[in-house]
Design a protein around this ligand. Structure first.
Ligand code: ADP
Length: 180
């Protein structure tokens, strides 16, 4: 019997929240891979603007018409997660030179840990270069328009979340820190 080979990539990140830059990378990865697992990393003990379930739900809704994209959360080494789901590659996106140093170091470390898994890096499309989750959180927290950066369901979730925080009288600034 002929064994079908599935080429699968994991696209890991915080996705806090997902935006058009992430979506573009995942869709471009689908040109190279049969399946892309968009994997939401859950930082143990970290309080985020959106919890893991919310982030996963927002990512899932972004790809609801894409049967070759799977969405899940994980909280282990990315290479271990990639092995667990049977992925041959880890996909990352690069925006600016400052991303490069971290990605380069992570790629070398991951290669040491799992030489059988390739790191495949996509250069951001020009129109999405300026977008990051932290910029979106900051603009949305101040009531700004993020409609060019993230889909409508994410915008609605941001509005809801900041309204909740306001109603609770919480200081939301720690959730919009410039660190992603
Ligand atoms: P992290 O928490 O590791 O920074 P993110 O959720 O911010 O993860 O992003 C996941 C991946 O998507 C990273 O490889 C990041 O560089 C990439 N990425 C984020 N924003 C963009 C963008 N605007 N264009 C291309 N790639 C991006």
């Amino acid at each position: 019997m002929r064994q079908e080979h599935i080429y699968r990539a994991v696209y890991p990140g915080s996705f806090n929240p997902i935006h058009y830059g992430h979506i573009d990378i995942a869709l471009r990865a689908l040109r190279l891979f049969d399946e892309v697992v968009v994997a939401v990393y859950v930082h143990p003990g970290k309080v985020d603007l959106f919890d893991a379930d919310e982030r996963v739900a927002l990512v899932r809704e972004s790809f609801q018409d894409e049967p070759r994209i799977r969405v899940a959360s994980y909280n282990k080494l990315t290479v271990d997660y990639a092995r667990e789901v049977g992925a041959q590659a880890i996909v990352r996106g690069l925006r600016v030179f400052s991303d490069f140093e971290l990605e380069f170091r992570m790629a070398l470390a991951n290669r040491r840990l799992a030489p059988e898994i390739e790191i495949v890096t996509f250069i951001s499309a020009e129109e999405y270069l300026h977008i990051s989750s932290s910029t979106i959180r900051e603009i949305a927290s101040l009531g700004g328009d993020v409609s060019s950066m993230t889909p409508p369901h994410v915008m609605a979730a941001l509005q809801r979340r900041f309204a909740e925080l306001k109603a609770q009288g919480s200081n939301s600034s720690f959730m919009v820190s410039l660190n992603d």
